[in-house]
Design a protein around this ligand. Structure first.
Ligand SMILES: NC(=O)c1ccc[n+]([C@@H]2O[C@H](COP(=O)([O-])OP(=O)(O)OC[C@H]3O[C@@H](n4cnc5c(N)ncnc54)[C@H](OP(=O)(O)O)[C@@H]3O)[C@@H](O)[C@H]2O)c1
Length: 232
């Protein structure tokens, strides 16, 4: 089956860094007209960067109106809040996490509805911590579980449009520290040692999963684990 996205438009919400950046780059290479949305407006070569904030709904609405017809949305935006335990969890942690990752995703799809192609695909992003339980994981775990669930509900509600969720394991992005920093290298080496694959994912390995769900017209309501065996 072809993974060409020739003649199609892709919007990556959170496309200005990390996994979203790789999704924007990969879909543009597959022939799509790709728009990378974020607060910074940064975007890979061959894509169009647009300044939009998922917590500022008029900015999202304006971005979709400028883009016009949309064939695929990938949502990778989120707010880095660390791993607070319940005792140290603040309203701010909760608000920012759920605003950027869950509420932002639902609002984005709602605001994009007038522009969504009848056979459009929507791909949310959760994370393995929704099902990997541990101390300090209640915040990320619960928001990711909510995203997994939202994707399945919307796959029925928005059909025949397709809705899927990519659930990454640990992936080498700035979430883990500045590029090349000792903090990032040490954290990723420690995590890699415990994985069956013995390394963490690259953003490009994640991006190929987003491309797969966009291009395969029979995939909907699925949560794809791309985690190097992190849930085993
Ligand atoms: N990396 C991992 O190990 C890992 C593991 C499991 C799950 N995940 C999930 O994968 C997704 C992407 O992670 P990542 O590591 O690529 O993260 P990242 O590098 O921190 O990227 C986050 C993106 O979200 C955008 N963003 C944040 N707040 C925003 C806002 N209010 N409005 C618009 N855009 C906003 C940022 O762009 P601007 O700053 O330009 O706004 C950036 O492009 C997240 O859902 C994360 O939870 C990652």
């Amino acid at each position: 089956m072809s993974t060409s996205l020739e003649g199609q438009s892709v919007v990556v919400v959170g496309g200005s860094t990390g996994i979203g950046w790789a999704v924007a780059e990969t879909t543009a290479k597959a022939g799509a007209r790709t728009f990378a949305l974020g607060r910074s407006g940064r975007a890979p070569e061959g894509t169009q960067g647009m300044v939009a904030d998922v917590t500022d709904l008029p900015s999202m609405k304006a971005a979709f109106a400028r883009i016009g017809q949309i064939h695929h949305i990938a949502y990778t935006a989120w707010s880095r809040q660390g791993a607070p335990s319940l005792g140290t969890l603040t309203s701010d942690h909760l608000q920012q996490t759920f605003d950027a990752k869950l509420f932002g995703a639902l609002h984005a799809v709602r605001l994009a509805l007038p522009y969504l192609d009848p056979l459009a695909s929507i791909t949310f992003t959760s994370g393995q911590v929704s099902r990997r339980y541990g101390v300090g994981s209640v915040l990320k775990g619960s928001v990711n579980a909510a995203v997994d669930s939202a994707g399945k509900h919307l796959a029925k509600e928005l059909a025949p449009r397709r809705v899927n969720v990519i659930s990454p394991g640990v992936t080498d992005t700035a979430q883990w520290g500045e590029a090349g920093s000792a903090k990032r290298l040490e954290a990723l080496e420690r995590i890699a040692a415990a994985l069956p694959i013995k390394r963490v994912a690259t953003p490009e390995e994640l991006a190929s999963a987003y491309l797969f769900v966009m291009a395969n017209p029979f995939v909907t309501g699925a949560v794809f684990d791309i985690n190097g065996g992190g849930l085993l």
